[in-house]
Design a protein around this ligand. Structure first.
Ligand SMILES: Cc1cc2nc3c(=O)[nH]c(=O)nc-3n(C[C@H](O)[C@H](O)[C@H](O)COP(=O)(O)O)c2cc1C
Length: 413
């Protein structure tokens, strides 16, 4: 289950932020929660519509893709802070991401009854027709006298409070599931255009995507810089050469496929046959459909749908075909722009074994007991992916780039 936690305070030191970070860390067995901030948002102004600004769109995207939302509100003058109200105004003006979204309210404040009045007001606000959230009834969590509540690691000190918080969160998880049933089945994901017949604003026209020398031709068309030319990055400046050295030195195989499902880049350091997932220079530029055997395309599509829809930001697949001396994982990581729009996949493939061995040596620990990692059995990574079959299988003549591997994926969940 994927939640977002909204920090209702814009203060540098915020106890509500500490509370949400504690919840995200302590209860990660119940849900995955990303904590988001209202700190740098513009103040709502109906005459200066900033709905499409990256800052508002980022939050909109995060909420839209979450199963539920937890809002931690401070209390300022017996109500919610202006910054939080301003955010809700943005989210009920031209866009309505909170509509039918399960929401839980928590709050921390300095005084004993702290946040109770703010929480009541927030319930009313979230119930307004333009907002239309589904706020969990009852189940209040108020953290008064908050200055004494946390230890230096940001953990709640009082065990009774911890237990009570856990019980409210468990109820919220059930509430989110009940709301999902009430809302009915989710709209099926749109099919993926694995042949990249569409076009995005970075697609390079005038060159055959399947051409062996796509990189050279495409570079000529766009006047791509190379060598010692500087590129400004966030955050830094490198020459193209330096960027190449940097990417080549990454202890993993990196592949970039854009949101149009076109394979655009890999860090080319090894010949195809020595790679964990083989790629050749001539494959770059191809649509993903050309890079996998037809039998794998359903799985490729499923992985991309998970990432594009925001159902998850990462799909991980253990590929055991490399033998017991390696623990190779294909990681498909969604990439987003500043506004939170999906822009493609960063696939990084690495052998975790040297890292695990190093960690065990450094800490003097050993793997013991019935740990899956020892036997090489497929680990359950909560992404419903059966990471066994076919990722490095014979490609039957296809250009087996494996950008999204041919691993069998469970489509039911
Ligand atoms: C302008 C202002 C008004 C406040 N009003 C209340 C209040 O009505 N009730 C209350 O319990 N705390 C009140 N407080 C104290 C807040 O509980 C305290 O600032 C709280 O920690 C804010 O949450 P944060 O640490 O997440 O920013 C007020 C604080 C400010 C700055």
């Amino acid at each position: 289950m994927k939640l977002v936690g909204i920090v209702g305070s814009n203060a540098e030191l915020s106890y509500n932020r500490i509370l949400l970070k504690y919840i995200a860390k302590q209860f990660n067995h119940l849900f995955e929660m990303e904590v988001i901030e209202i700190k740098d948002l513009p103040l709502f102004n109906q005459s200066d519509d900033q709905t499409n600004s990256p800052a508002i769109q980022r939050i909109n995207n995060k909420i839209m893709h979450a199963d539920g939302v937890i809002i931690a509100t401070p209390e300022h003058n017996h109500t919610i802070p202006a910054g939080l109200k301003s955010l809700i105004e943005w989210l009920s003006f031209k866009i309505h991401p909170l509509e039918n979204k399960p929401v839980m309210i928590v709050g921390a404040s300095y005084y004993a009854q702290g946040s109770s009045r703010a929480q009541l007001h927030l319930r009313q606000i979230l119930d307004a027709p333009g907002v239309n959230a589904i706020v969990m009834p009852g189940n209040e969590f108020l953290l008064g006298k908050v200055k004494e509540a946390f230890d230096e690691q940001g953990n709640l000190k009082d065990q009774g409070t911890q237990k009570f918080l856990e019980s409210t969160l468990q109820k919220f998880v059930r509430f989110v599931n009940v709301v999902a049933v009430l809302e009915g089945p989710k709209k099926p994901a749109d099919p993926e255009d694995l042949h990249a017949t569409g076009k995005i604003d970075t697609t390079i026209d005038g060159v055959d995507m399947a051409a062996e020398d796509w990189v050279e031709k495409a570079a000529e068309i766009v006047g791509a810089v190379e060598g010692k030319t500087y590129v400004k990055l966030d955050r830094g400046i490198l020459t193209v050469d330096q960027l190449n050295y940097f990417l080549a030195s990454m202890p993993m195989e990196l592949t970039y496929a854009d949101s149009n499902n076109q394979f655009l880049y890999y860090n080319h350091t090894l010949p195809a046959e020595e790679m964990l997932a083989s790629r050749t220079p001539g494959q770059v530029g191809n649509p993903l459909a050309n890079c996998h055997p037809p039998k794998s395309l359903k799985n490729v599509e499923w992985v991309i749908q998970q990432l594009r829809s925001g159902a998850t930001d990462a799909v991980r697949v253990h590929v055991p075909t490399h033998g017991p001396d390696k623990y190779v994982v294909h990681n498909y990581q969604a990439m987003h722009d500043e506004a939170g729009n999906y822009v493609g996949i960063n696939e990084y493939i690495l052998d975790f074994k040297p890292i695990i061995d190093w960690y065990l040596k450094q800490t003097g620990q050993k793997l013991v007991g019935d740990v899956d990692a020892v036997s090489g059995a497929s680990a359950n990574d909560n992404h419903d992916v059966d990471g066994v079959s076919g990722a490095t299988a014979n490609d039957g003549g296809y250009k087996n780039v494996d950008t999204v591997s041919s691993t069998s994926v469970n489509h039911q969940k």
